[in-house]
Design a protein around this ligand. Sequence first.
Ligand SMILES: [Zn+2]
Length: 508
Amino acid sequence: MITDFTLRGVILLDFDIRRSEPCDLIFRNGRLAHMRPLAGEGESRLFLTPGFWDAHHHLLHHGLSARRCDLSACASLEEALDRLSAYVRAQTTGECVVWAERWDESGWTEPRTPTRADIDRVVADRPVVMRRICGHCAVLNSRAIEDARRHWGTFDDSGSATEEQALGLSTVWPPSAQEREDALLRAQDAAIAMGITRVNEMGGPSAAETYTTIEQRGRLKIDVRLFLPPDQMERAVELRRQGTFDGPRLRLGGIKLYTDGSVGARTAALREPYVDRTTAGELRFGDADLLAVMRRCRQADLRIAIHAIGDAAIDQVLRLLEQLAGEEGALPPGWVTLEHAELVDEAMLDRAQVLRVGLSLQPNFVARWGGEGGLYEHALGRERARRANPYRDVWDRRIPMFFGSDGMPMDPALGLKGAVGHPRAEQRLTAEEALSVYVGGRAAPEGLWEEEAWWQLGSAGAVLYDRDPLELADGDLSRAPVLGVLWRGQWILEPPADLFRSGVIHVS
Ligand SMILES: [Zn+2]
């Protein structure tokens, strides 16, 4: 591992995406020791930025689904079923369940939800689970329904999972420990190749076990803040007590809660109904139950990441936090992050600011579904869709602000594109601002994430490009391919050999 070297002709972009003059950077033991102005006639050709922080991800799930039947590119239900059928025919083992993931009917010629009969028509002899891209919606074939009924005692005849069941399908067909570990390592490599060095993992039932194993084997290369489901609260506290989360890379983020569903599944809880359905979605907690979970987390000193997409869900969370803050005087800054918060309005942002709540946002959703004629417009109506995801309003209030992908897909360039090309011009961020949020530059005005290794002389966490990374805001990762990633004193992605041969990276 080469750790003593000079990077020649670098423009350094800090957390605010301010640019340095072209300079040479001298590294000792993988850490930036000092910088000096570019010597003589040299030409600047490298860019160095902090790594991306994907603040809402399901990295383990991403790795698992990478080996499953992927329906995300299908343009119709027929195409999705064809792909499923071809996938099954190509498989040699006939035993296990077939996962067909990431369908998105909002882009289909006829946008309807698949049914049990649809799947039975193409695969009848093996259990098949088809899951929507948001994860909040799933349909099973007849064979899979038998398994699900054995597990849960009941399952709807239509094949449609309840939201609870859709989110818990991996408890019916749990992947083996080996499958999970392989999947996580695969997903980690994919993340690093995109310049991601930090992830907030919204983990499922087996996440704690898998991450702990990988960390103990010394194979965790990026920083992970692990958020666990509420039923693992005791476990989280116990693991923390044992020192499991003391290492620099694996940290306990806290507890992750869902208070509503998704816009795509029409289960996000709205104040006014969806325009294309008779429902307004549904709150998953009554006030008393949600308040009880919040109190337990406060007592156990656990942060909470609260999924709240619809305006009714966001309002409920804020209202209960106001009640708690009233009882306690004030809540600790950053104790809660609102995850997604898509239908937040200005009044709610003002309340979030007073409560010192952070906002964890997914600008790739805007890029995918926020545009004219897109899913949000169909589901919410034009006016409400345009008011969704008001990034400029969040930015202007200096509310702690994070970007993440939710794995739909992981690609940070798509997120930058969503923030910079927001359908409402007055809510757009500049490419610099968007990149700054995505590397964590808006995370910590109050020492919120105080233990983070900040990009500064003496520490090192950096992604190397040979093109201006602001070009990523076009939404295309190939515009500025990642050449190398340096994190915690090591190249976790080695730069290509020709950079060493040509002396652009000079080994000393
Ligand atoms: Zn999520």
